[in-house]
Write a protein that binds this ligand. Structure first.
Ligand code: SF4
Ligand code: SF4
Length: 233
């Protein structure tokens, strides 16, 4: 008899949450476990991401609206799966939520994350066209995943067109300068108000590039956060 429950990858792939990684809590680094502060009986962490355009299409088709349609849809999708297929299982959605979660650190443990020069995660299959969507802690017994093993495409990219495409020259000295990027994005005539020209210039995974409406949505949200933060200071 198989000791593991089958992970419903097809369901989540279809929903657009098409990257999933199951961790056994006991196998995570002690510092990560401590920050997660698991409750009695919780033994697994499930990292969900999306890659490519599927999630955005699914969100549009679902009719979920509001200010955070992707977050709301992701929560709804996960909650619905547990309610219909594993009603006796305990789970908590840690992200999206108020608890700070080191998403890129989890992405690194899953093998998803390599830092592109413009400080977005990149991998050889999807390029930079993926993102973290949810983190669930649960008492499930899914088969834990091994970290995917894909090289960092930036290491073999000699032309580095992302760097020259940045109108703020934010990567010109070999490091990412956040200040010039944020300043440029807030300019009235900025070409990066609703996009990132460096990201668009990268050829890796370009067939998975987000649709224009998805780009506009994501970057409008980050621009609003930048402006709100500046106003509060
Ligand atoms: S253009 Fe090259 S260096 Fe820049 S993100 Fe893409 S692969 Fe990495
Ligand atoms: S958003 Fe624009 S300014 Fe910022 S890194 Fe990307 S290309 Fe450069």
């Amino acid at each position: 008899m198989n000791e593991f429950e089958a992970f419903p990858a097809d369901y989540f792939n279809h929903s657009g949450l098409n990257r999933q990684h199951v961790f056994n809590l006991a196998q995570l680094p002690a510092a990560v476990q401590k920050k997660l502060a698991p409750q009695t009986g919780e033994r697994q962490l499930i990292l969900f991401g999306h890659a490519g355009r599927r999630l955005w299409e699914a969100v549009q088709a679902s009719g979920v609206g509001g200010e955070d349609p992707i977050d709301d849809y992701s929560i709804q999708t996960i909650t619905t799966w547990f309610a219909h297929h594993a009603p006796k299982r305990h789970f908590r959605i840690l992200y999206p939520g108020n608890q700070p979660i080191a998403l890129q650190a989890l992405g690194q443990l899953a093998g998803w994350h390599h830092a592109a020069p413009f400080m977005v995660g990149i991998d050889a299959e999807w390029g930079s066209w993926f993102a973290y969507r949810a983190v669930v802690i649960s008492d499930t017994n899914f088969r834990p995943n091994l970290a995917v093993d894909r090289n960092n495409p930036c290491l073999s990219c000699s032309a580095k067109p992302c760097i020259s495409a940045c109108p703020a020259s934010a990567m010109d000295d070999g490091n990412f300068a956040l200040g010039p990027c944020l300043d440029y994005r807030q300019q009235a005539d900025s070409s990066c108000a609703h996009t990132c020209l460096a990201r668009l210039a990268c050829p890796i995974g370009e067939e998975h590039r987000y649709a224009a409406a998805q780009m506009h949505h994501s970057y409008s949200r980050s621009l609003k956060l930048i402006r709100d933060f500046k106003t509060r200071r």
